[in-house]
Ligand binder design. Sequence first.
Ligand code: PMP
Length: 374
Amino acid sequence: MKAPPLDRLVPEYIKRFEAYIPSKPDDELKKLYGCTRLFRLNNNENPLGPPPEAQEVIRRFPPPKTSIYPSGDAYHLRMKLAEKFGLHPDQFLVGNGANEVITFVIKAFCQEGDNIVTADKTFAVYEWVAEFSGYEARLVPLVDFGFDDESMLRRIDGRTKILFVCNPNNPTGTYWNKQKLRNFLDAVDGRQIVVVDEAYLEFVEDEDFPDGISLIKEYPNLVVFRTFSKMYALAGLRIGYLAGDLEVVDIIRRTCVVYSVNGVAQEAALAALDDKEHILRTRDMVRRGKELVCRELQLLGLPFVSGEGNFVMIKLPMSDTLAYRALMKKGVMIRTMTGFRFPNYIRLTISLADAMEAFVEALAGIIKTVSSEK
Ligand code: PMP
């Protein structure tokens, strides 16, 4: 059989696009780097695990039930979200992680020649989905590590369909407060869809942090993303959702492939939602972890960016890829930031004291080696 004529079959924007390569599984990494234990501090996971009730639901999930398709539209979870946020259940769409709902929105609004506007140094999936779907991603440089509202507004043209704001921003932890988000929404004046990605909202304690879902009634062009991967520690089950105006969500729904969210995830998410204790415990863990790490980084004389969320960005006096390998050999996995356009930076997930201490010790060793080589 002849090879398919890929040159003709593949669109130009796919030819240009490079696939994302995920990290290898832990057992393979341990073999590769010769370490016996591995602290995963690369994906902003919550080391406390899911809230106890969610854990119980997962434990009790009857294995034979896996032969049955889950609810195709996460019926019970949407009912619960509606009750919690005072909206209609049809104002929510649940996806296989917030990642999937990003694709729903882009597919629903963009066509050939359209563009989206977001920041140059933020969660990259908005940009990736736009680009591998053939749409332009207009990337506005951050200012003081934060989204630049004025410049984003200036990049809008007649073909701009969606503006993506990550609040708080991954990886810098900066955020727009209530007034700044309102001013932005007022300036957009309903002409484009504004997505506010609140993947890390539950970590933020500042009273002046805006709850996007409460603004949907006032701003029908606003779509808010949330996830169960971060605070609720259900990353492995892949579940997240969006909320928006009834008519807007009715459009977005046309692009969802139903049954993408499995039954265990739906039930665990439902059980996780009400656990306020879990949120307080996690915030406490993050506060302590950040204090420990930031104190040590100051002693090491390393610049860092520590905002909201369960992560800190650190600037190294060396290549982030080299630091990654050296840290891996010591059993600590971090995220290199070159891919986020922050060369020589790493992002560290805040975790329990043993992990933070292992990181600091490993990093101090690496920095010492680099300084003695200079
Ligand atoms: N948005 C942001 C800002 C994120 O950091 C992440 C995960 N890293 C996601 C969305 C996607 O989350 P998930 O697909 O796990 O729900």
